[in-house]
Write a protein that binds this ligand. Structure first.
Ligand code: HEC
Ligand code: HEC
Ligand code: HEC
Ligand code: HEC
Ligand code: HEC
Ligand code: HEC
Ligand code: HEC
Ligand code: HEC
Length: 451
């Protein structure tokens, strides 16, 4: 059996390489050297490797361990750019020569050889949406940009908008997960801490997407991306504790006890139950399983929007609720019965409805307070509004995502239990304001309170 797969692997590698050559022929300057299965680089490509083996040995050693390194996809294929690219520069080893390179490598480079993965990725929230969530001043009335620059960046203490200090919190936090708009200096080098950055990064040539957030450079391993750790660097913490929920779930229990023995390296599409006994994040959201094909569009298997203020059925750029529901069920039934799956899915629908009941109540109270002029302009000094943020962004998300991914402690104790507490405190503040027709003098909410 192993031999059989070995052969299939070899044959597909050869086919892929031939096809790769065809796809890449459209961009003549950047076409990889004529790839052969045997090692053999053009003189120019070999020079990068030789010199960098001395200057940056960590990169070469890592690259050598990956499948692309084995197939002879080299520094040259990914880092050489055309002379007129806005990212074109020359490293010390190339100064004065004809070749131009960039340390920035976006999904556009990968697209030359992996067009399907990149097209799927571009449709997902991991691309433009992720970056726009933190850059778009029109989104939510620019409130999030205000959060980053005015509040967290100490704009309210007088730091100048756009200054390095003012941007420090955005740069060290938000962009590392969400992505940045890369700025370049006169020598085409990235500046202002806008690179390296997260998943939805926009590069100076207009291209979008950092593929290395899940398969890190320079191994670009599929096995790595299949493990839950690949998602954990971003999907964690008080506002979306997906890794914590997963590790608490029965699926996580299996992963933690048996994961080391699972077969992580199967060929794409051929990674199926048996190679693993319980799903990881990738199995439910991305990998081919049963009748489902692998996808790099993470919204394809989702029914609900569990991150925004009110949970709605997915539609438009956020996906398709009916198809998403069907596909997610198609994952579960590889290992569970239909009645098991029906029960668990109905539980999610009910949790969403419960959360929405709280949210709708909060919106109603807020509207009445707003109509009566009983809200402070600065929401972060107003107990009612601060609690409303936690209701949605922290405990409300935990309740919904805990329910969706089978983590009862997050669904309940970090979730609905805190949802009702926060809600009751909001009711108290609301009643006080209505009764006295005034806002209490000091915010009754400690900002570290109900996280
Ligand atoms: C399959 C494509 C690919 C290959 C092959 C490749 N790189 Fe990279 N490299 C990347 C990507 C992607 C990044 C991250 C770029 C980003 O975030 O914009 C990167 C980043 C870098 C960086 C800057 C980041 C850092 O940590 O300093 C250097 C330097 C680098 N690569 C050198 C090399 C060298 C030398 C080789 C040859 C052994 C090589 N690369 C091969 C894709 C590749
Ligand atoms: C004679 C040595 C030499 C050769 C040949 C060479 N490089 Fe470099 N390269 C370097 C050195 C030294 C650095 C600087 C590392 C640092 O920033 O400290 C560098 C930096 C880089 C960087 C990072 C640039 C940045 O601004 O972060 C990339 C990417 C890179 N080289 C790619 C290549 C590629 C691709 C080739 C072949 C086409 C190549 N290099 C050939 C020595 C060489
Ligand atoms: C010049 C063509 C080329 C470019 C450019 C390229 N790849 Fe690849 N890639 C390949 C080939 C060929 C293979 C198959 C290697 C094998 O299976 O032996 C591969 C395989 C892979 C795999 C599977 C590795 C595994 O462990 O099975 C990943 C992941 C991957 N590439 C990601 C990327 C990313 C990310 C980029 C852009 C930064 C990129 N590739 C750019 C040709 C390319
Ligand atoms: C640790 C990584 C990480 C950091 C840091 C981070 N986010 Fe997020 N953010 C995420 C993830 C993951 C999601 C998806 C949440 C979900 O599905 O519940 C998300 C979702 C969002 C959303 C909702 C998505 C949308 O398109 O409307 C917004 C808005 C957002 N984040 C803004 C920010 C801002 C602003 C900052 C900095 C003040 C920030 N994030 C910091 C990882 C992060
Ligand atoms: C959110 C995490 C994530 C991101 C971002 C990501 N990948 Fe993947 N990728 C995966 C996972 C998981 C698999 C394994 C799927 C499976 O089990 O077969 C994979 C598999 C692959 C493969 C192997 C062939 C296949 O389709 O299974 C290639 C090639 C690849 N990715 C390229 C890319 C490229 C190019 C990008 C950037 C556009 C990218 N990946 C971004 C998680 C990611
Ligand atoms: C570098 C950070 C990062 C990594 C790593 C990452 N994600 Fe995400 N993910 C995000 C951000 C940011 C969002 C929110 C995007 C938005 O809507 O603005 C997100 C959104 C999502 C969504 C919701 C998609 C939608 O359409 O609303 C899913 C599902 C998801 N990620 C799954 C995964 C999985 C599975 C992995 C690992 C295989 C992973 N992510 C790895 C940052 C990341
Ligand atoms: C057993 C399958 C399963 C596993 C394992 C799993 N998820 Fe999920 N995930 C789901 C389901 C089901 C939903 C809700 C889908 C729906 O809307 O119908 C969901 C929702 C999400 C969302 C919420 C998207 C939104 O609307 O805000 C994110 C983000 C996410 N998962 C990321 C992850 C990450 C990261 C991991 C691993 C740490 C993971 N998931 C593990 C099944 C799974
Ligand atoms: C690769 C197989 C596999 C897939 C796919 C899978 N599960 Fe599981 N699941 C398991 C295993 C194994 C257990 C542990 C059973 C036990 O506790 O005895 C489990 C346990 C559970 C449990 C805990 C309750 C129980 O049965 O004891 C829930 C809930 C659950 N799965 C829901 C889902 C949902 C929903 C999906 C699809 C989104 C899914 N699973 C997909 C293998 C899988």
């Amino acid at each position: 059996m192993e031999k059989f797969y070995g052969k299939v692997g070899l044959i597909s590698a050869v086919l892929l390489l031939i096809w790769t050559g065809l796809v890449c022929a459209e961009t003549p300057n950047l076409a990889p050297r004529k790839i052969e299965i045997k090692r053999g680089y053009t003189a120019e490509a070999a020079k990068c490797i030789e010199c960098h083996a001395e200057k940056t040995p960590g990169i070469i050693e890592d690259w050598k361990l990956g499948k692309m390194g084995h197939s002879g996809v080299s520094c040259y294929d990914c880092h050489v750019v055309e002379k007129d690219s806005p990212m074109a520069g020359q490293c010390s080893g190339l100064k004065g020569g004809k070749l131009f390179i960039s340390p920035m490598v976006s999904s556009k480079t990968c697209e030359r050889c992996h067009p399907t993965e990149v097209a799927e990725f571009q449709k997902s929230a991991h691309a433009d949406l992720a970056r726009k969530a933190i850059y778009d001043e029109t989104k939510a009335g620019g409130k999030l940009v205000a959060l980053q620059l005015v509040h967290e960046g100490a704009g309210f203490l007088g730091t100048e908008k756009g200054s390095a200090i003012n941007e420090a919190s955005r740069k060290s936090g938000c962009i590392v997960c969400h992505g940045s708009e890369v700025e370049v200096g006169p020598d085409s080098k990235p500046i202002n801490s806008t690179w390296p950055a997260g998943v939805g990064t926009k590069y100076p040539d207009g291209s979008v997407g950092t593929c290395t957030v899940c398969h890190t450079r320079h191994q670009f391993s599929v096995a790595e991306a299949r493990k839950p750790e690949a998602c954990a660097s971003c999907h964690l913490g008080p506002d979306h504790p997906d890794i914590e929920i997963y590790l608490e779930s029965k699926h996580g229990q299996r992963y933690l006890t048996e994961g080391e023995e699972w077969e992580w390296d199967s060929a794409p599409g051929a990674w199926q139950p048996g190679d693993y006994n319980a799903p990881t994040c990738a199995v439910c959201h991305m990998s081919g399983i049963g009748e489902l094909e692998t996808t790099h569009n993470v919204n394809e298997r989702l029914k609900w929007d569990l991150m925004h203020k009110r949970s709605e059925l997915r539609s438009g750029i956020h996906g398709d609720a009916a198809k998403g529901d069907k596909r997610m069920r198609a994952v579960c039934i590889n290992c569970h019965s239909t009645s098991h799956t029906d029960n668990v899915r109905a539980m999610l629908d009910n949790s969403v409805a419960l959360y929405n009941t709280y949210w709708d109540g909060a919106v109603k109270m807020k509207k009445e307070l707003a109509d009566k002029g009983l809200l402070k302009k600065d929401a972060w000094r107003d107990g009612f509004q601060e609690l409303m943020y936690y209701l949605w962004h922290h405990c409300g998300r935990r309740a919904r995502q805990g329910s969706a991914m089978n983590g009862p402690d997050y669904a309940h104790w970090h979730g609905f239990f805190q949802v009702f507490q926060v809600y009751k405190d909001m009711q108290d503040i609301y009643e006080y304001r209505i009764k006295n027709n005034k806002i209490e003098e000091l915010s009754t909410v400690m900002s570290t309170g109900p996280i």
